[in-house]
Design a binder for this molecule. Structure first.
Ligand SMILES: C[S@@+](CC[C@H](N)C(=O)[O-])C[C@H]1O[C@@H](n2cnc3c(N)ncnc32)[C@H](O)[C@@H]1O
Ligand SMILES: Nc1nc2[nH]cc(C(=O)O)c2c(=O)[nH]1
Ligand code: SF4
Ligand SMILES: [Mg+2]
Length: 210
């Protein structure tokens, strides 16, 4: 299998449960909820994406012709240290490309593997950390995982829809947009009144790291 990757970089996880943890981010090309063209946002399932996932032209991006070649590149970017190896597969939608071959190669290289997914595709078995961030209730078939991270607020999606699903942690992440300050206020208030939910800030954006 050939994997199309926009970029690969080492940083700190900026969001959710593992905020502050060193990780290599592997951003796969392409998404099933938006084609990445700004002109098509209004017709997309997901209209507020903050990410460029088109093409293979980012830092360390490219076409990787096998799982072992991609795992080797992720390993190189992590560096020598064996302790704490963590890779976050994101995109775009990583589950359009993640298969058990790549997952095994990453495990063989000593990585814990996390995914950031929109919940519309069932992942292969043995992913170590699953973060689901729903955008469309009707398309959300992955209804369990480690963390549910809802971008907030979203038209037609209320946090109540998720509280009976099988997740260990529930986060509201203020929508990054021209209305960020308002969205933060709304999320803070929601968390104050609904303590099952915690605030997830996109901390990397505040401190200027990728
Ligand atoms: C770019 S997405 C890629 C992974 C996957 N397609 C998904 O949606 O979960 C990575 C994370 O960024 C979040 N995100 C995207 N746009 C955002 C925005 N405008 N404000 C806050 N979070 C956003 C997503 O909800 C997701 O949790
Ligand atoms: N630092 C950092 N943390 C992140 N957590 C989720 C991200 C993503 O785009 O999937 C992301 C990202 O792009 N950078
Ligand atoms: S589903 Fe994820 S990658 Fe796709 S457009 Fe939405 S936020 Fe962006
Ligand atoms: Mg991001």
């Amino acid at each position: 299998m050939t994997y199309s990757v926009k970029e690969i970089f080492k940083t700190l996880q900026g969001e959710g449960f593992y905020t502050g943890r060193a990780a290599v981010f592997c951003r796969f090309t392409g998404c099933n909820f938006w084609n990445g063209n700004d002109l098509d946002r209004i017709n997309a399932v997901c209209k507020f994406c903050d990410t460029d996932f088109v093409g293979i032209n980012g830092c360390n991006g490219g076409k990787f012709r096998s799982a072992s070649l991609l795992a080797r590149e992720i390993s190189r970017i992590w560096g020598e240290e064996y302790f704490g190896r963590y890779v976050v597969l994101t995109g775009g939608e990583p589950l359009l490309q993640l298969d058990s071959a790549l997952l095994s190669e990453l495990h063989n290289n000593g990585f814990e593997v996390g995914i950031e997914t929109n919940g519309s595709i069932i992942p292969p078995k043995n992913v170590d950390w699953i973060c689901v961030s729903p955008k469309d209730l009707n398309r959300m078939i992955l209804r369990e995982g480690n963390e549910l991270k809802l971008v907030f607020p979203q038209n037609d999606i209320c946090p109540d829809n998720f509280v009976d699903m099988n997740f260990q942690h529930f986060y509201l992440q203020p929508m990054y947009s021209d209305y960020l300050a308002l969205n933060i206020d709304l999320a803070v208030n929601y968390c104050k009144n609904n303590p099952k939910w915690r605030l997830s800030l996109q901390t990397h954006k505040y401190i200027g790291i990728p």
